[in-house]
Design a protein around this ligand. Structure first.
Ligand code: HEM
Length: 434
């Protein structure tokens, strides 16, 4: 039987819910406008349902989402990087011509291999190690802000939020300066290729870029191998490979080189754009942050809760199991909607309200939860904190320009394509050349 036929609610269901389930679409309609609001009906009245359009069970309540993340023995992350829209024959041929072999990284690896690797490679993510990157992040942010601070208007996505996390990711991995520009060019938005609905033309263009990215990543890695003494995560991983060749394999290193950039770049860029949009739409919150920078870390968490950059993530059931009383069969695919969980009134009081002093906001699930919880979360938090510190100090009077916000429709990643702000440069508390 199809998963929907097994659903005990399916036959005798409320027509409003039956319609909402049938219409549920992550690429069109209400979910693309405001995913958390679009999930409200389900969160309240049908916490798990099978979406026929998507082919996944969709889970929406905080405790259920957390339970799925927690139990990696039952809910495998093996499908986390699967293409939502299968490759066209032409795109597949292009990738094959580059010997493209992106394999298991950390995020889609099952136990026990996953934990062994995660432990082997954890060192670069320890707070003391991450702190070493803070001056570089601040210098970088200052350099980009200098370029537009006296102008009076900017698109913060194009002129700051896209570039900073990409450059930080490349530094974090240990990519030499000379190679950064090439990798930067190839790392075009291929999230659309994995999590979105690319057109046939886009598929071909992205396949070319991904193929080149793959080949070049391998070359950078080969050069690093000659002298892996640097501070980057990849150099550290190459040194670990000498001690643990069966845990840190060549194929894994090659995949990680590419996946690391994807994991660190767009996630952080989108999350910061979402945070700035939320804060600037709530002038009182923004003004408070500008007056007292000590509020920024909790404000960052609250923005990640309300409008995280990864709104949903995937798992596949390894055995027959139940979620919220609903039987799920081995092999069924599951979409856990973290942005819905983060708006669940069972866990967060006044869940739709921005409260930068909320005391349990760090319980949000925007970084996932459990064994696979985002390894880079503290790097992302640091970047977001520094970006907000610099912008609130140098442009406290900026406001959102009149604009329509557009979001690329994907199953997982969410952030506005542009974020236009305006201000009066005569009121700047300091000048670019101070
Ligand atoms: C995994 C979100 C930034 C590296 C994940 C997962 C999510 C996530 C949802 C999957 C969690 C799970 O399956 O339970 C985010 C968000 C970010 C961000 C929202 C920015 C705001 C970063 C950065 C890095 C990074 C800056 C740095 C390199 C990773 C890695 C994993 C991961 C390596 C795999 C961990 C594992 O499976 O053990 N992230 N991430 N992420 N993230 Fe992030």
């Amino acid at each position: 039987a199809s998963p929907s036929a097994r659903c005990p609610f399916h036959a005798a269901t409320d027509p409003e819910i039956a319609r909402a389930v049938a219409d549920f679409d992550v690429f069109e309609g209400p979910f693309t406008v405001d995913p958390a609001a679009a999930m409200r009906l389900f969160r309240e009245r049908r916490p798990i349902f099978f979406s026929p359009k998507l082919g996944y069970w969709v889970v929406s309540r905080y405790e259920d989402v957390k339970d799925v993340f927690r139990d990696t023995g039952t809910f495998s992350p093996a499908n986390a990087l699967e293409k939502v829209t299968p490759s066209s024959a032409e795109a597949s041929a292009i990738l094959a011509s580059h010997d493209y072999a992106m394999n298991r990284t950390l995020v889609n690896e099952d136990e026990p291999a996953h934990m062994e690797r995660r432990r082997a490679l954890l060192h670069s993510f320890l707070p003391a190690e991450l702190e070493k990157h803070a001056p570089m992040v601040r210098r970088l942010v200052a350099r980009f802000v200098d370029r537009f601070v006296d102008r009076g208007e900017a698109d913060l996505v194009d002129e700051l939020l896209w570039e900073v996390p990409l450059t930080v990711a490349l530094h974090f991995l240990g990519v030499p300066e000379d190679d950064m520009d090439v990798l930067r060019r190839y790392s075009i938005a291929h999230t659309v290729n994995t999590w979105g609905r690319p057109s046939p033309d886009q598929q071909v263009a992205v396949a070319e870029a991904v193929g080149n990215f793959w080949t070049y990543s391998g070359q950078v890695l080969d050069r690093m191998r000659l002298d892996p003494s640097g501070d980057g995560w990849m150099e550290y991983a190459l040194r670990r490979q000498r001690e643990l060749p069966d845990v840190v394999t060549d194929s894994y290193l090659h995949s990680m080189m590419m996946a690391g950039i994807v994991a660190a770049h767009e996630t952080t860029a989108h999350a910061t754009a979402n945070a700035l949009r939320l804060l600037l739409e709530d002038r009182k919150a923004w003004d408070e942050v500008c007056r007292d920078a000590a509020l920024i870390p909790n404000a960052v968490e609250e923005c990640l809760r309300l409008s995280g950059s990864i709104i949903a993530w995937r798992r596949v059931a390894l055995k027959d199991v139940e979620i919220a009383g609903q039987p799920i069969a081995a092999g069924d695919r599951i979409l856990v909607v973290m942005t819905s969980a983060n708006h669940d009134g069972r866990h967060f009081e006044n869940p739709d309200m921005l409260d930068i002093r909320r005391d349990n906001t760090t319980d949000h699930l925007s970084f996932g939860y459990g064994a696979h919880q985002c390894l880079g979360k503290n790097l992302a938090r640091m970047e977001m904190r520094i970006l907000l510190e610099e912008l609130s100090r140098r442009l406290p009077h900026m406001r959102l320009a009149e604009q329509r916000f557009d979001y690329l429709p994907t199953i997982s990643f969410r952030g506005p394509d542009h974020l236009r702000v305006v201000w009066d440069p005569a009121r700047n508390p300091e000048r670019a050349d101070d």
